[in-house]
Each structure stands twice: as structure tokens, then as C-alpha cells.
Design a protein around this ligand. Structure first.
Ligand SMILES: [Zn+2]
Ligand SMILES: [Zn+2]
Length: 221
């Protein structure tokens, strides 16, 4: 039996298991097909040996320990993706490979700062959920987040929409048809009794719960 000592390869395997589990796949075959590791047998042996995963029948599942590590890795990777797209405004396809390296670099503390700075985003740019961290539960915002909910923007302030997390996906099209889409610049005209925005010379009223689902990056007026 041979084991792997390269942490990055083990981390990649943990992440892959997390990602396929999100799609409800636990089959060993599925894991093998989707892994690009050079020595999948040694990799699996290592996961079992380190107590990161277990096998039952034809399925492989993360153990509690494996889940904890994978959760942290996926969280860091998806936050890094957000950082690259929202802050550095890098194109989507360039983002993934760099984000893949970041999750091995970001410390726990730095991760919380990045998460806070980005306004505790619920999803990555690909729409996958970002596992929540301790920082996301805290009520108080110590750092002014770069990206915030539209509902938190001050009246008169202007922002560029970075992403929309619609609880009802059919809303996205409706919003898009009003010019409310990622990349659009919006100005908050009023908050009560309803939210009124101006987008491209047009004034649009939206429900407060929708304003909470739109994330903006504040821009100078
Ligand atoms: Zn992603
Ligand atoms: Zn957070």
C-alpha cells in the first residue's frame, strides 16, 4: 500500500468529494472518473488511512474529519473566486485556476476578513453555495464591506451590481428585463415605503426582499 504526502493532492480529493456530494454522487466510480490525480489508488488509500473518508459497498463518503477540511477548502476557494471576479474583475474562466491555488494559501483569519470584506456572499460566481463561516453569523459588521446588499446602501448612493441571489430564479429574468443585472450601475432613490432605484435613466420600484437579494459594490456617484 502506498500513501500520498502531497497535501495539495489530498486537498483536491477532499474538494472533489465535497463537490460531487453536492450533486448527490457518492459512488467510487464517479469519484475516480472525475479525479485527475495520477495515482488514484494511493490517493484513496491515503484518504482512508488518514480517516478523511470511508468506503461502504461501492460508495466513498467523507468522514466528519474529511467534511470539516473539505468545507474549509471549498469555502476558501469559492470566496477566492468572488474576490477575483468582484474585486479584481477578472473574467470568469481565468478565475478558477487562480482560485484553486488560493484555498491552500488563505489562513483562517484572512478568510474571515475576505468574507467580511465581500459582504459574506452566499454563492460563488458559478452559483454554488459558499459554506458559511463564523464571521457570517456575527451580527456586527466591523469592516465596511466592499460588496453589500442593495438594501444596505444609503439613499442617494450608487453601486454596481455584482451578483443577484434570487430566492425565486424566475425573478432574475424579470429583473434583467428592467436593466437590473450584474454589471449595471444603480442609484438608490428611496427606501421607504418601497425601494426605488434608478437604472439607466429609468426609475424602478422593487420589493424590499428583492433589494436584499441584490448585491452591489459601491461606486462614486
Ligand atoms: Zn465557483
Ligand atoms: Zn462571512
Amino acid at each position: 500500500m502506498s500513501f500520498i504526502t502531497d497535501r495539495e493532492r489530498i486537498d483536491e480529493a477532499l474538494e472533489l468529494l465535497w463537490v460531487i456530494n453536492e450533486d448527490n454522487h457518492h459512488e467510487m466510480d464517479y469519484f475516480r472518473i472525475n479525479s485527475d490525480d495520477a495515482d488514484i489508488n494511493a490517493l484513496v488509500d491515503t484518504l482512508l488511512h488518514e480517516g478523511l473518508a470511508s468506503i461502504s459497498g461501492s460508495e466513498i463518503r467523507l468522514s466528519e474529519k474529511g467534511l470539516k477540511s473539505a468545507r474549509g477548502l471549498v469555502r476558501r476557494q469559492r470566496l477566492a473566486e468572488r474576490l477575483f471576479t468582484d474585486v479584481f474583475e477578472m473574467p470568469d474562466d481565468a478565475v478558477l485556476s487562480d482560485a484553486c491555488k488560493m484555498e491552500h494559501i488563505l489562513s483562517e483569519e484572512l478568510t474571515e476578513s475576505v468574507c467580511t470584506f465581500l459582504g459574506h456572499p452566499p454563492t460563488c460566481p458559478h452559483g454554488k453555495p459558499i459554506p458559511r463561516g463564523e464571521c457570517c453569523k456575527k451580527f456586527k459588521i466591523e469592516v465596511t464591506p466592499l460588496v453589500m446588499r442593495l438594501s444596505e446602501l444609503a439613499v442617494g448612493a450608487q453601486g454596481r451590481i455584482t451578483f443577484i441571489v434570487a430566492s425565486d430564479p424566475s425573478r432574475i429574468n424579470k429583473l434583467n428585463s428592467l436593466g437590473i443585472a450584474a454589471g449595471s450601475i444603480v442609484r438608490l432613490v428611496q427606501k421607504t415605503p418601497s425601494f426605488v432605484l434608478s437604472v439607466d435613466e429609468t426609475t424602478v420600484a422593487i420589493d424590499p426582499e428583492i433589494a436584499r437579494e441584490i448585491y452591489v459594490r459601491k461606486t462614486a456617484p
